[in-house]
Design a protein around this ligand. Sequence first.
Ligand code: NAD
Ligand code: GLY
Length: 358
Amino acid sequence: MPELTVSLGKRSYPIRIIDGLFNTAASLPIVGPCLVVSDDNVGPLYAERLKRAIGRNDCPLWQMPAGEPEKNLGRFTELLQAMAAQGLSRNSTVLALGGGVIGDLAGFAAACYMRGIAYIQIPTSLLAMIDSSVGGKTGVDLDAGKNLVGAFHQPQAVWIDTTVLATLPDREFRAGLAEVVKYGAIADAGFFGWLEQQADELLAKDPGTLAEAIAHCCRQKAGVVARDETEQGERALLNFGHTFGHALEVLGDYSTLVHGEAVAIGMHLAAAYSTHLGLASDADSLRLKRLLSRFGLPTGLPHRTDIDQLVTQMRLDKKAVSGNLRLILWHGIGQAFIADTIDAAQLRNFLSHASEQE
Ligand code: NAD
Ligand code: GLY
């Protein structure tokens, strides 16, 4: 299995994709005191195996309830207090064992504790393996908006054991596929075509096909992060569909749609809006919709979405600049771009029309 690198000078780090990593005894050296951070789905399944693999039975586990509503300041504070109670110091390492919620929260706690300590991402959901664990974006949600509090803090390493996907619930697996599709949609038409061809193998969790897809996405993300760590330009393309998606997540109190589902709807809306503006062909938007649907993902606005609330929430997204809406749109598959001057009234009309069609 491949080892990739996120090249950031002295802060460069490896992404190891290993089938059965958690069974590899003592191959993952951790220096200094450590803390495993997980949730109550993943912790009971994998924390002991991880501790055995790193030969660190002394490493305590801090666990919280699973789910996006838990990615909040309250849990963040609890985690920091647990880190202090466990006597973590500047040479300690946090092991973030879980999906994107745990990775973002534990990474943010590591970024803030003693002004920044080391952490390692050990993603267990497909979404976390191919996106959130790589690139150092950490943070928590507020009621007012998604990921509104956070920091850039790169991990020391990303360890991916693809065998843990066997226990990932089907809905979460499909949600991860949404972010896989995103890589093709924004900048890699060849990969998009490959996904269309390999859809059945991916849905069947064929190990070879999955590993290839994960490595491809990690390679693409590592490249983007190396070129634009703090999202001054190109990295923003990774937010394709996210301004729509984040707003839908907030409107659903972070509990109606899971993140990948909201992104799937958002990507299709971004594509359809690009067509509406005459920037892209309808054929590409349909191709995207077809692939997302094949992966069992939603593409239409949830029933009874309040369009005014949706647009208001989109304007609060942290990607908006001085209150102006900023969206990632596309000219077609593999050709996303940043659109800075979005007319809110025009967008509102488009969304009203889109909701009537649902
Ligand atoms: P998640 O962390 O809530 O995990 C999804 C669910 O699957 C949870 O219930 C979890 O307990 C369970 N789970 C995870 N791995 C499992 C396994 N192997 N076996 C059994 N159950 C398992 O959600 P997610 O989809 O992984 O991540 C979404 C989060 O990631 C969002 O908060 C999003 O904002 C964030 N995100 C961050 C970045 C970034 O760059 N930092 C990028 C994309 C998404
Ligand atoms: N939104 C994903 C990233 O920039 O890392």
